[in-house]
Design a binder for this molecule. Sequence first.
Ligand code: FES
Length: 312
Amino acid sequence: MPDRWIDAITKPAWIARATDTLGDAVKQAYAGGGDRGLQVKSALNGVWLGHPLHPALTDVPLGAWTVAVALDTASLVTGRNELSSCASAAATIGVAGAMAAAAAGITDWSDTDGRSRRIGFVHGALNLTATGLFAISLLRRRQRQNISGRVCAFTGYALALTAAYLGGDLVYGGQIGVNHAAGHEAPEEFTPVLALGQLADQQPKRVIIGTTPVLLVRRGDRVQAMAETCSHLGGPLSEGTLKDDGIVCPWHGSCFALEDGHVINGPATHPQPCFETRVRGGQIEVRMPRPEEPIALDMHNKDQNEGELVTQ
Ligand code: FES
């Protein structure tokens, strides 16, 4: 489907209004839940999985509905009614999976903006319609209205495939759900990046090493470094706020542990790459962590030669 078609589908002004209203409502619902709301949101984002949960769940309805449609088709061709019963079972699994996928999907969607948000809205609306049609299909089959049941199933399947296409466009075109910090690396050897005196305590700062933006944070006698581009959607972590032992992204509130980059709160699900640091000759130096020297170790080693702090 060409981009201009997708733009035409998502262009109407009412879609923009609806996305704003629904998006704000979802955000307020989670915010109103306080810490518990944040935990539920992070769980639905897939923080516990280390990967967005929604795309993993969408395989359930699409797979189950594909089986249902295939069995219905076989039943029509062969006249074997028991295949239609199996199709009903597959459709039921699909409806259950679709509801779980919808909960995760609307959670991810609430943190998108602009074109991606409008496409996501249409994607979700098509999937909800498809789910409704499969639910009606199941009802009609119970009423022994097999023909209308199959028509609902086939129509729902066509809508689900269209929605899946739009979901793919969100990932491959809009880069929703991908790791925006992937490939952000520091040099293999320690490289000076900033004079220690230029890094104020508790003041996140952005420096560039090669082509990689790096976040530096000085907290007392520690200097910590991680990729500055948020893994969620590329937000600037140097403009974020420090919270306990983490940094909170200014765009959608993901929180990453400064010590090892793991996600404390979503919507990000991918960790931030972290780097080793040390101070030599008054300069903060940064390098990629060595596999045999995990970042979490040796955080407070002293440089025996210069008597300066070494942080890793
Ligand atoms: S860009 Fe979304 S949380 Fe950072």
